[in-house]
Design a protein around this ligand. Sequence first.
Ligand SMILES: *Cc1c(COP(=O)(O)O)cnc(C)c1O
Length: 224
Amino acid sequence: MNSGITERLTEVKAQLPEGVSLVAVSKYHPEEMIAEAYEAGQRVFGESHEQELSKKQASLPKDICWHFIGHLQTNKVKYIAPYITMIEAVDTPKLLREINKQALKNHRVIDVLLELHIAEEETKYGFTIDECRQWLSEGEWRQLEGVRICGLMMMASYTDNSRQIEQEFSSAYQFYNELKQTVMADAPYFNIRSWGMSYDYLQAIACGSNMVRVGTKIFGERVY
Ligand SMILES: *Cc1c(COP(=O)(O)O)cnc(C)c1O
């Protein structure tokens, strides 16, 4: 049976300009589908639940780079710290401190992104731009040697108002540029802008994204 994953993956990748990387979001999809995308050359996958991820990580090829893209509870960090490539949705200083602690225990430096809350929804996690600016300027992060803050991540509002989505992406990009010129000016690794999902990734790229997280468009609708 032809699942179409290889074709759709190829199609998405062909649309990405040079310098934009793809996180294939495989949450809720079975290992066989991930294996198929892996066979087609994809190595970076995004998951948002610790137990599901740990199970997949244990049985799938070890050269997969796993990105944790969901809300991560501090008590779950220890389970993924030995292997995770990037934790994309760091939404509190407390979570960052715990990642630092578990990274050091594992003799690793874990790459992270700070999640911004720009969307309208009350339920979305993340730092507001003001909180993020303030917290970075306080400088505690410089002491956390087990983590490397590699950039920013955000999700746009769930709306079909494309003007609003564009404004949200653009605010994130503007803030990234501000940090790049100020508090992160001496951090060359701070260069990732992770925004854009199945329905808005091209728009996100037009607004400065260089890491898109695409699930449905590649794997089909999730069955929860
Ligand atoms: C599920 C998820 C995605 C992928 O969404 P699609 O619409 O399936 O592409 C991207 N980012 C995050 C944070 C997600 O939770």
